[in-house]
Design a protein around this ligand. Sequence first.
Ligand SMILES: C[S@@+](CC[C@H](N)C(=O)[O-])C[C@H]1O[C@@H](n2cnc3c(N)ncnc32)[C@H](O)[C@@H]1O
Length: 270
Amino acid sequence: MARREPINDLDLTHWHEYTDILTDSLWLLGKRDNSGVHRPDYWGNFAPQIPYQAMRRFTKQGELVLDPFVGMGTTLIEALRLGRHAIGVELSPTVVQAARERIAQADNSYAARTALLQGDSTHLHTAEQVRCQMSAWGFQKAHLLIFHPPYHDIIPFSDHPRDLSNAPTVEAFLTGLEQAVALFAPLLEVGRFLVLVIGDKYAEGEWVPLGFYSMERVRKYGFRLKSICVKDFHETRGKRGQRSLWRYRALKGNFYVFAHEYVMFFEKRK
Ligand SMILES: C[S@@+](CC[C@H](N)C(=O)[O-])C[C@H]1O[C@@H](n2cnc3c(N)ncnc32)[C@H](O)[C@@H]1O
């Protein structure tokens, strides 16, 4: 059997020492990592532990990470910390500006490079801009894709019609997500990983399995599903301070209150 090239810096002769690296599919992350310049203030940002886990498992130092829905730049901040180069795309100009200011203050002891482009990740022009930035840095391919799109309309991020949180239907949201996957998948090296962070939603008394629908769209673009991790989350801003009310509603309405989201791992097929 052909020997597999490692896609991380973990030295498996010391595998038992990596106690911080998760290997189970249930992710009980507990408190968000708010160290350094990480802040929980952007509604809908993810815990830095997610890009941390993904980069430690699926990239080496000096490699390149792309995040087409980068928001306030959690992935870029974490990439700097771990010595990975990273390019993020975000639709909202005000968020881009705020994220750039924050990233400029982040620790960068590895002298890693980051670029935050303003654009629509479902548009060919944006993917071309990312490709240009990659070649300016000497990269033909990226080594990890991190996708953390809106969970359809659960959090409205802007008024922009191209914002996936404004997609008029679930189908339109999935089509937009699929367009972004189709544009960014060719930028990824074969055998490398795409990470999709997504949650489900509830509409008109019905659980909408957005996570599984999205998973199927990613699989269409030459990706093999490697793992579905279930991550805990406790309080969204919308439900803050309303725990007992939601518990009551759940008991009355015969449903369960969301306390998890998915971190899905896909490998680009050879
Ligand atoms: C769930 S948030 C990502 C948060 C990010 N992981 C963080 O930690 O800050 C999704 C982001 O996608 C952006 N977005 C929505 N539609 C987009 C599009 N078509 N192209 C690029 N960004 C988009 C939203 O403005 C929002 O900031």
